[in-house]
Design a protein around this ligand. Structure first.
Ligand SMILES: *Cc1c(COP(=O)(O)O)cnc(C)c1O
Length: 816
């Protein structure tokens, strides 16, 4: 169908919205008004809003095709989108009319919004970054499309039993997903297994092809990504795996019905579940299948579109197309593009390689060795034999280049090889990504510096021009305009609303930082947000948070490097100080911790248990009831962060220096007027630079101090010499927080006492305790605290993902 009929322009006025809402409720969903079912009303509202995206979506696609502009594809195994409804309404500016229309149903918008499930297709920061980037690309009207996987089960739901994490499957698609459109007309075939065969084509050219494969279908589901009030709607295309018909038929005809069904399940398993590991890899074959499935489906899609438009001439491909790889997860795209260009379109190696290396760009997200992906050569050879051929050839040519540059330096060749040789050989995915890309970026200034000084130094010496930094950011639409409406209104009332699309403008708030009336209003908004969070904490944790106290918050994935443990040690210290009668100078605070642990990460799960056990003791003790509360909020996710960050006074960003690549939670808190207590790590450094050290609580060792310090690091003597720390350790050790399960926390004590503790918990304890005391004391001076709070928001302009994306667009993608 090629009708050029414009879609009807749907208006946002209340009458039209009401009509549409009724139509969807009664006709699309077949409900009666008398049913008044919240779930269906939410669905009808989603369709009503979606209708308004559809016309803009088609126009955006048409405009882009007409402009023949360069297109960028953001490849990511994770998109942590959260909820869509409120975001779409904000971006379409239809909240007011929806609110009024809902009155006819006796429904409250906020309550309905709360019913929407999060799209939890990611673990944490990396996946949320992809979601913020998609928002910024649409808001900046950039021709960027996201490619990801439509996991049937997203990030697990976390609940607690006796203080321990229990994981439950997240079947987020159960009641359907109104935000996706299936596009069976764009289905792709993905090859697995089989072998490589060489043959001569019609022109007598020696060619290779991948044969005897077992194919899986990739079916795309498109999600609209609306820009902020600009009529642009970009696309996020998520692939679902399905069995091919031919395949089933073949087995079926051989009479093996059960096997045919089993194979169907095996194919569909590929997109069944998101791997719940953050900052670590697990080497599971199914994960490798997911990675290739995404890379192959997306590249085939892009190439098919290219050929439709340009024929089989790839001369201008690299000028017109660009792929951004979100970490190494989609890095097989490098080899896959080579395969398609050579095997399907008969390009020579050198032509294909020139195109590939001018088209791929790689973002590194971590320095942690346990997170660096490598796949066994045996596994890659079995599952993706044709790709292994190509990876070997890439490496052979690369090794020749290294040998040419550094003749005789075999140690360096071994170090830099894409193939790690050993008893079992591995493909080093980060090296494949660097060799195959024209750009390699870290995600904060310190992180990018550490990459070129350390992990990737050999590659930096060879190709210094490839390396660059793109400090992360977060979208000010979701993370301020939407989640903190009262603050957004106060801000816009003072400086106008330009900040929503140009966050650098928010610096104009600075001149209100000492304005008495403004400070009072600012404080009142924060207090109202704290009341809301307190009621959530009451509901989820049955703990009473006093909104007059300092709200001290650490929410993020539970990981040793993020040092939730240090936070708990501080809480135990305060508890100890008060109960031993030395608490006069302790200022009151409510401590909130939240986050999911990878199901196989035993120590992280034990840290959750410790938090809950400490909370139980602290919250039950009358002696500390006027000073201290601790709660662990279960099932931390995007929608809970939307309530948490507007209500936070003190943001905990306390990773061991050099371990947190950037952090983005830190930016959301800053934007919402929290002060940070943090180490000199990741983007904390840039946050402190921006806001000024007088509005930031810095503590702890610096990266450059750590190697020297490690040589003589002795946690046991630190504990011996620090009475406060000794008492805290003693309390845990003697079972004060585990009366009926003595010694369960031994592994934690062991990790703190370990002379080789990579996370340096004991080393930073004293400095952290002092910074905490300074923060609590500062909170007591309300005016000066509120001034600092305003300054944090006012100087958060740099941490908009719009700024980040503008840099990607200008310096890497070269798109306007
Ligand atoms: C922002 C965000 C993160 C990242 O937090 P960090 O503190 O940077 O690790 C993780 N999970 C969710 C749900 C988020 O919104």
């Amino acid at each position: 169908m090629n009708s050029k009929l414009p879609l009807p322009k749907l208006s946002n006025d209340e009458k039209q919205v009401s009509q549409d809402l009724h139509r969807h409720y009664n006709f699309t969903l077949g409900r009666f008004d008398s049913d008044a079912d919240k779930g269906y009303l939410l669905e009808a509202l989603a369709y009503t809003v979606r209708d308004r995206l559809m016309e803009r979506w088609r126009l955006t696609v048409e405009k882009e095709n007409l402009a023949k502009s360069k297109k960028v594809f953001y490849l990511s195994l994770e998109f942590l989108l959260g909820r869509s409804l409120s975001n779409a309404m904000l971006n379409l500016d239809m909240e007011e009319s929806v609110k009024k229309s809902l009155m006819e149903f006796g429904a409250d918008l906020e309550e309905l919004e709360g019913e929407e499930k999060d799209a939890g297709l990611g673990n944490g920061g990396l996946g949320r970054l992809a979601a913020c980037f998609m928002d910024s690309c649409a808001s900046l009207q950039l021709p960027v499309m996201g490619y990801g996987i439509r996991y049937e089960y997203g990030m697990f739901h976390q609940s607690l039993r006796e203080g321990r994490q229990v994981e439950q499957p997240d079947h987020w698609l159960r009641d359907g997903n109104p935000w996706e459109i299936e596009r069976p007309d764009h289905v792709r075939h993905i090859k697995f297994y089989g072998h490589t065969e060489f043959y001569k084509n019609d022109n007598g050219k020696e060619c290779a092809r991948w044969v005897n494969t077992r194919d899986v279908l990739a079916v795309p589901f498109d999600m609209p990504i609306p820009g902020y009030q600009n009529d642009t709607v970009n696309t996020l295309r998520l692939w679902k795996a399905e069995a091919t018909d031919e395949f089933n038929l073949q087995e079926f005809n051989e009479g093996d019905y059960a096997d045919a069904v089993a194979e169907k399940n095996k194919a569909e398993q590929i997109t069944m579940v998101l791997y719940p590991n953050d900052s670590s890899e697990n080497g599971k074959e199914l994960r490798l299948r997911q990675q290739y499935f995404l890379a192959s489906a997306s590249l085939q899609d892009v190439i098919a579109d290219w050929v439709k438009e340009n024929g089989e001439d790839f001369t201008n491909f690299a000028k017109q197309r660009c792929f951004q790889l979100n970490d190494t997860h989609p890095t097989l795209a490098v080899a896959e593009l080579m395969r398609i260009l050579m095997d399907d379109y008969w390009l020579e190696w050198d032509e294909a390689w020139a195109i590939t290396t001018q088209t791929m760009a790689y973002t590194n997200h971590t320095l942690l060795p346990e997170a660096l992906e490598k796949w066994s050569v045996r596994l890659v050879g079995e599952l993706l034999p044709r790709l292994l051929d190509i990876i070997y050839e890439i490496n052979a040519r690369f090794m020749a280049e290294v040998a040419h540059r550094w003749p005789g330096d075999t140690a360096r060749q071994r170090r830099m090889s894409i193939i790690e040789d050993g008893h079992e050989s591995y493909v080093r995915m980060a090296y494949l990504a660097i060799v195959g890309s024209f750009s390699v970026n870290g995600v904060a200034a310190l992180h990018s510096q550490l990459l070129v000084d350390g992990l990737f130094n050999d590659f930096y010496q060879l190709w210094p021009h490839k390396f660059n930094n793109k400090t992360n950011g977060v979208t000010p639409r979701r993370w301020l305009a939407h989640c903190n409406k009262d603050l957004a209104t106060l801000i816009s009332g003072s400086i106008g609303d330009k900040w929503v699309t140009d966050l650098s403008d928010i610096v104009k708030l600075e001149k209100f930082a000492e304005d008495k009336l403004f400070r009072d209003k600012w404080h009142a908004v924060k207090q109202a947000n704290k009341v809301k969070l307190a009621s959530l904490v009451k509901q989820k944790c049955d703990v009473d948070f006093n909104p007059e106290w300092l709200f001290d918050v650490q929410v993020k994935r539970i990981h040793e490097y993020k040092r939730q443990l240090l936070n708990i040690l501080h809480v135990i210290h305060l508890y100890d100080k008060i109960t031993r009668g030395d608490g006069d100078d302790v200022d009151p605070r409510c401590v909130l911790i939240g986050g999911k642990a990878a199901p196989g990460y035993v120590l992280a799960k034990l840290i959750i248990k410790l938090t809950n056990n400490v909370a139980k003791v602290v919250n039950a003790d009358e002696r500390v009831a006027k000073k201290l509360k601790l709660a662990f909020i279960p099932n931390y996710r995007v929608s809970s962060m939307e309530i948490i960050c507007p209500a936070t006074d003190l943001s905990e960003q306390i990773s061991t220096a050099g371990k947190e690549a950037s952090g983005t939670g830190n930016m959301k808190f800053m934007m919402n007027g929290a002060l940070t207590i943090g180490t000199y790590d990741g983007a904390n450094i840039e946050i402190m630079d921006a806001v000024g050290p007088e509005h930031f609580f810095l503590f702890g060792l610096r990266v450059e101090d750590i190697p020297q310090y490690r040589l003589h690091h002795s946690p046991c003597s630190i504990i011996e010499q620090d009475e406060d720390l000794a008492r805290v350790i003693k309390l845990i050790e003697c079972g004060h927080f585990s009366m009926f399960e003595p010694n369960i926390f031994d592994p934690i004590l062991h990790s703190i006492r370990n002379a080789n503790d990579p996370w340096m918990v004991a080393a930073d304890f004293r400095s952290y305790i002092d910074a905490q005391a300074a923060a609590a004391r500062a909170y007591q001076d309300r005016d000066s605290w509120v001034t600092s709070s305003i300054m944090n928001t006012a100087r958060s302009g740099r941490f908009s993902s719009d700024r980040t994306i503008s840099e990607y667009a200008k310096e890497i993608w070269k798109v306007k």
